[in-house]
Design a protein around this ligand. Structure first.
Ligand SMILES: [Zn+2]
Length: 245
């Protein structure tokens, strides 16, 4: 296996999608230098406090939120997510998912997770892309937690417009009624929802709401990157310390 990997590296050297530098044979998905340079996301308790700015208590279906990196424009994390979504770099998603899983597992908010569910894409978008990027991330996270993925229990019942130009309230309205879940196997389960980027949490929250309605006991959520663009001051004031030294 090692010899095969070395030969492949010589014949078809892979580039890191985060920085376009050559990947070493021992590096998977993205390079060590990108891993070291990316800004860590705030602690789950701080991310949860930020969520409370966007939802009233009785509308918040997520019990905890974890993230790996801060989303920054023109940074390696944006390039990595772009490569995962638009350039077929499924393995980058798995590596990001492994890192995300290993990181959030350290926090008690994620104790008791017994299944992973990726945020679904609409059928038409999935057909166009060939895969759902959140499933790649879920694969890595499930590996870190050693639990199963329940990919088909939650589905997108309605196509929605892009959330990028919408404010927090508009995002919540846009995804209302966009998802459905119904499966007896969800009853009593603690589900970890996974996605690539979380901004206000509108999509994760409506998915969590549907899973709770279908019988899940508790739903926690995690995203590779947390985008603070919509409300930059809300979380920066709350950050106590980063995940890593
Ligand atoms: Zn890199």
């Amino acid at each position: 296996m090692r010899l095969r990997d070395d030969l492949l590296h010589i014949l078809a050297p892979a580039l890191c999608p985060g920085c376009d530098q050559l990947l070493m044979p021992t590096e998977h998905g993205y390079c060590r230098s990108c891993r070291a340079s990316l800004s860590p996301a705030p602690f789950p308790r701080d991310l949860f406090t930020e969520l409370l700015h966007h939802f009233s208590d009785d509308h918040l279906a997520i019990s905890a939120l974890g993230a790996l990196y801060l989303f920054e424009q023109d940074s390696p994390v944006q390039h990595l997510i772009h490569a995962l979504k638009y350039h077929g770099c499924y393995d980058v998603g798995i590596e990001l998912g492994k890192e995300l899983g290993a990181t959030i597992k350290m926090f008690p908010e994620f104790d008791g997770v017994d299944a992973i569910i990726p945020v679904p894409l609409h059928r038409a978008r999935r057909r166009e892309r060939g895969y759902n990027q959140a499933e790649a991330i879920a694969e890595g996270v499930a590996d870190a937690f050693s639990v199963e993925i329940l990919a088909d229990r939650l589905y997108r019942s309605r196509h929605t417009i892009s959330q990028t130009t919408l404010n927090a309230k508009e995002r919540q309205r846009n995804v209302q009624n966009a998802f459905a879940a119904h499966d007896h196997s969800l009853v009593g389960r603690t589900i970890l929802l996974c996605d690539d980027v979380c901004t206000t949490g509108a999509t994760l929250n409506i998915c969590a709401d549907r899973l709770l309605s279908a019988g899940a006991k508790r739903v926690v959520a995690a995203a590779v990157a947390k985008d603070l663009v919509q409300n930059p001051n809300a979380v920066q004031q709350q950050i106590s310390q980063p995940f890593f030294p």
